[in-house]
Design a protein around this ligand. Structure first.
Ligand SMILES: Cc1cc2nc3c(=O)[nH]c(=O)nc-3n(C[C@H](O)[C@H](O)[C@H](O)COP(=O)(O)O)c2cc1C
Length: 372
């Protein structure tokens, strides 16, 4: 059977050349104004020409308080959109990958230094800001967040919509809503972080209410032909936390609202989380969500072995395979996976001669053969 990893996949009007997705990865390399820099052009541009079907740009904040660090990308101003334009245009002109962007709000985990600067709290007097959340429960070691009022929640929802409109105008093919890893939307979903006693807290329905409202607003504003996915933490890995049954219920509700896929990540809400990390450790979450909620799952998390990725698709655990660290370590992973699985992946003509079969002989002939 031909490799499923390299079979096209269609969501609405978007057809991906294959099932390989570059997972969103924050680079902490924007200007203090949240503008993309040459780093993003190099990083995303490189990933876009390496044969993946879809590249999803990093968590991009929809308002200033939504950044993790003060060097995270933002999309709440037109100037930020203009700074992203060269990245999008390069990918469009040079790569065959579809391009997505992850829209995010850091919530109570915002206002910290960059990881390589220690990841410490960044108080307002040092260029940081007062973090906000579903309630005033702090993440251990982080400042007490300000609980959002319903008026402020409406403002943030509008910021998500405004960012989506800018992303559409820039030409992004897809958005992924970040509802995982302990950030703002996750802090509404998880009982470990949401102690509200209004309509947006309490039982599962209450805790899902605002994330679903944000999704619905995005879906209404984003073109009908373009897909939207949602990244969730399928389990908190902690006693009394959000679990896989909750994730299946959430995925069903998202599907009913027109969500195209759910990315099954995990953790990030509780310092007490006990994660067991091994190859494919989050695959069981993708499988259950896809099979029980009937929505396409994007699997992620140590799926860097081509055979493991392929088996996950063949087994019906997921429709899409996202790679993060594996793509940073080896951006040409799709080419090598294609070799391993007897398939082909797109490559820029400038690099045609790098293929092992073309390092000897007539380069013109080799190039023509490779294109066939
Ligand atoms: C440097 C780095 C930055 C990341 N930034 C994001 C992000 O912006 N949004 C997100 O949802 N996940 C982020 N992640 C998580 C990855 O997308 C991915 O889910 C995780 O690394 C597990 O997949 P992997 O084993 O293929 O790396 C980041 C991971 C790394 C290593």
């Amino acid at each position: 059977m031909p490799a499923l990893l390299f079979a096209p996949y269609t969501m609405r009007d978007l057809t991906l050349a294959n099932r390989i997705v570059v997972s969103p990865m924050a680079q902490y390399s924007a200007t203090p104004e949240g503008h993309a820099t040459p780093w993003h052009l190099m990083h995303v541009g490189n990933l876009a020409v390496c044969g993946a079907g879809l590249v999803i740009m990093e968590a991009t904040a929809v308002e200033p308080r939504g950044r993790v660090s003060s060097r995270c990308l933002g999309l709440w101003t037109d100037a930020q959109a203009e700074a992203l334009r060269p990245v999008v245009e390069f990918c469009r002109a040079q790569g065959e990958a579809a391009l997505g962007i992850q829209l995010a709000h850091a919530g109570r985990k915002g206002s910290v230094d960059r990881p390589w600067e220690g990841n410490g709290n960044l108080p307002p007097e040092a260029g940081g800001w007062q973090p906000v959340s579903s309630c005033d429960l702090a993440y251990p070691g982080r400042p007490v967040p300000q609980m959002l009022t319903t008026e402020e929640m409406a403002g943030i929802k509008a910021s998500f919509v405004a960012a989506a409109r800018r992303a559409d105008a820039l030409g992004f093919d897809l958005i992924e809503l970040h509802a995982a890893h302990g950030y703002l939307l996750n802090c509404f979903l998880s009982p470990l972080a949401n102690a509200r006693n209004d309509a947006y807290g309490g039982d599962l329905l209450g805790r899902m209410r605002w994330p679903l409202e944000v999704f619905a607003a995005l879906r209404a504003a984003w073109p009908a032909g373009k897909p939207i996915g949602v990244r969730i933490s399928a389990t908190d890995w902690a006693e009394g936390g959000w679990d896989l049954d909750d994730s299946v219920a959430f995925a069903r509700a998202l599907k009913a609202q027109g969500c195209d896929y759910v990315t099954a990540s995990s953790g990030g809400i509780s310092a007490a989380q006990a994660i067991r990390v091994e190859p494919g450790y989050q695959l069981p979450y993708a499988r259950r969500i896809q099979q029980e909620a009937g929505i396409a799952a994007m699997a992620v998390g140590l799926l860097h072995e081509p055979d493991l990725a392929e088996t996950a698709l063949q087994d019906g655990a997921a429709e899409l395979i996202a790679l993060g660290r594996g793509m940073m370590w080896e951006p040409r992973w799709p080419w090598h996976a294609a070799e391993a699985l007897g398939a082909t992946a797109s490559f820029p003509p400038q690099y045609a001669r790098s293929h092992p079969s073309m390092r000897f002989g007539d380069p013109g002939k080799a190039f023509a053969e490779r294109r066939r």
